[in-house]
Design a binder for this molecule. Sequence first.
Ligand code: HEM
Ligand code: NAG
Ligand code: NAG
Length: 272
Amino acid sequence: MKVFRRHFSKSQLILVIITAFILGVYYPKIWEQMRSINFEEKNTASGNLSADNYNELLFSKEQLNEFNGMGGHPIYLALLGRVYDVTRDEKHYGPGSSYHFFAGRDASVAFITADFKNDAEDEADNVLALKSPGISSLINWEKFYKSKYIYKGKVIGRFYNESGHRTKYENQFRAMAKEAEFDNFNKEKLRDKYPACNIEWSLGKGFHVWCTESSGGKERNWIGYPRKLYEINNEDSRCACIKNENLETNEVVIKPYDNCDSESQECYYHAN
Ligand code: HEM
Ligand SMILES: *[C@@H]1O[C@H](CO)[C@@H](O)[C@H](O)[C@H]1NC(C)=O
Ligand SMILES: *[C@@H]1O[C@H](CO)[C@@H](O)[C@H](O)[C@H]1NC(C)=O
């Protein structure tokens, strides 16, 4: 202590002790802060600020490419021209991990085709060129990314133009999405109104279909009669439980099973 007394005043000594204390307690936090400052400096990848929306960045394909998780950069993924920060799930998207394919690019097509090898960049986001564009599935993925990850902005290209406005392509996609949503809504309504039968198969008896108050997963206070149901413009039928009052409907095509009593709640048949 004598050495300290000679070189420091009492207040200086207290200051040193307090500083040492703060450093000791907050060492991990301070270290983290310093590392992040370092990181920001190294991280030169960025998008351009959108003129219309300050919370949003606009990325060229090349700019987005930088965000592939290499060299400590964050990982961004684009779906339908919208960019999300998926860095928090580095274990799925980081270099060498199973979905790294999606990092730093818009590979919307692969969400439908599951072709994680084909990385022809020009077509990777051209979902409308697919025979069946899987619109509903893409919308579900979009909901997933919106809810789990932070939205960063847009990719300039197929879905958004250089000012970040919707392209014709994007409008067409959204129109189809609306239609698909409407179709799904109607299909669900039909499944409520004409619930599926229970179904089992055995070598001897063939198919056995029957209706109960919960068949098709639709709890209800009626049972219905098993019938072949054809939705309009669909040549495949399914077994549906039809309520008495709906037996004569024109909304769908309803056909009886061969050799099955019209009042029976179960039928047997063999596949042709
Ligand atoms: C079209 C096909 C597929 C696509 C586009 C796809 C895409 C994805 C994506 C993007 C993720 C990361 C989700 C996130 O951000 O949390 C993921 C996770 C995962 N996928 Fe797939 N996947 C496909 C098929 C499969 C198949 C067939 C399997 C199983 C054999 C599978 C198993 C998994 C598993 C285990 C996870 C991790 C889930 C978790 O830990 O949260 N995927 N998938
Ligand atoms: C981003 O901004 C830079 C600098 O203003 C410009 O040179 C570049 O073309 C912009 N990129 C895009 C994709 O708008
Ligand atoms: C982007 O689209 C908007 C709306 O269609 C249009 O007014 C604008 O001129 C376009 N910007 C560019 C750079 O093409």
